[in-house]
Write a new protein. Structure first.
Length: 406
């Protein structure tokens, strides 16, 4: 069991690393091309729509953009697609590892909805596709000619999904799923719209036909949407490190406001890339939204201690509380961990439990058995700096407890 737990943890780490790397590549290319397009010098003659001279790494680059396509197909053409595909695929794999396999710990919240694990996983999987079908329908409707109205409707969809996820899943899972929901729309834009339209243009060039400019226009709209959605997705993917974002009464509103912050920040930089365009008011709006989020986050954290004591253990949790080794493990956790991992921490300087993890009750400790073993048994990550002087014997006892329950 020791080897399996460690290997599984490293598998998660590897997939997470891959996801971060591919996301950086995708976001980087997206930001670069938006900045390039907005900063082009269009006061030029010739068939090109604009050009730019750039310097980087000791070299000079001369970039030209054609509104539809050049007169002839170039011999070498670089496609930007695998960054998006790899980001989504690695993110989907990570979601399965953390929130499906570990669903009883990270996905389901019995206080919110009485769901079996398979039901939670099914909702998780099916919900990710809903956004794409609704969004794509709106884009292909007459509203596609009204970008502002379209963005408002997309925002309304995201708010509705944020509320819905928070009614079913843990706060951490709800935030993550909203990010995955949005990222699915973005990746589907690349796979179903942007790339097919570019292939049509390339095929026309190869056949000697003049490409229709509508394909580039459609792809540009979806690419712009992706650009404005990027920063909120990054926030949501990082939110599981901050309980004040995911474990408060108004987390679903916080998630919705994050989309507005992302739009205002991106709008500043997008207009900055346009020659002479600086929209400084966006920073004032962003600051006000951030302060509003901070204010909302001080709402009471999840269940009271009495509620947690009264809640029945699930079968998965019960197996960790039923073994004889649990009594010793519980004593260790209560003496070494609970002063910080409490609903009202007594450790000086802490106002809420790290990562929102509470370890005060039988239910708390049983529910977080695997995390306890990994953080304080197999590794010395907890307590931080071993501030509570956990001994090696105690760490071995935590491992023995989890193994006994397997």
């Amino acid at each position: 069991m020791y080897d399996l737990a460690v290997l599984w943890s490293w598998a998660e780490f590897g997939v997470r690393w891959l996801h971060v790397i591919t996301a950086i590549a995708w976001i980087g290319s997206s930001f670069y091309f938006i900045a390039l397009d907005l900063g082009l010098n269009r006061n030029i003659s010739g068939p090109a729509d604009g050009e730019d001279w750039q310097v980087h790494g000791g070299g000079f680059y001369h970039v030209q953009k054609y509104l539809v396509a050049p007169e002839a197909m170039p011999e070498h053409l670089t496609w930007f697609k695998w960054e998006a595909y790899s980001t989504w695929l690695s993110g989907a794999a990570l979601l399965m590892i953390v929130y499906w396999v570990g669903g009883e710990l990270y996905l389901l919240d019995p206080n919110k909805a009485d769901l079996a694990l398979w039901q939670g996983v099914l909702i998780s999987a099916l919900s990710l596709s809903i956004g794409w079908f609704v969004y794509d329908f709106l884009c292909k409707s007459p509203l596609g000619e009204k970008p502002t109205v379209l963005m408002v409707l997309l925002f309304a969809l995201l708010v509705a999904m944020s509320w819905g996820y928070h009614q079913l899943f843990t706060g951490r899972a709800a935030m993550l799923h909203l990010g995955a929901f949005t990222a699915t729309i973005m990746s589907a834009n690349v796979f179903f719209i942007i790339m097919p339209n570019q292939r049509i243009v390339v095929a026309d060039l190869k056949a000697g036909r003049t490409p229709d400019g509508k394909y580039g226009k459609i792809a540009k709209l979806r690419s712009t949407h992706n650009n404005y959605l990027t920063l909120p997705v990054v926030f949501l993917m990082l939110s599981n490190h901050y309980p004040l974002a995911f474990a408060t009464e108004w987390s679903w509103v916080i998630a919705a406001l994050v989309f507005l912050m992302g739009v205002t920040i991106r709008h500043f930089f997008n207009t900055m890339h346009m020659r002479g365009g600086y929209q400084w008011w966006t920073w004032a709006v962003t600051a006000m939204l951030f302060l509003l989020i901070a204010w909302l986050s001080i709402a009471p954290l999840a269940d009271s201690l009495d509620d947690a004591e009264a809640r029945a253990l699930t079968p998965a949790e019960a197996r960790f509380a039923d073994v004889t080794e649990f009594a010793e493990a519980e004593s260790i956790v209560l003496s070494r961990c609970s002063m910080c991992h409490a609903r009202e921490p007594v450790w000086d300087g802490l106002h809420w439990a790290p990562k929102g993890v509470h370890l005060e009750t039988t239910s708390d400790i049983a529910r977080h058995a695997d995390v306890i073993a990994m953080q304080a048994g197999y590794s010395h990550a907890m307590p931080p700096g071993n501030l509570t002087y956990m001994t090696e014997d105690e760490r071995r006892a935590l491992i023995a407890w989890v193994r006994a329950a397997r």
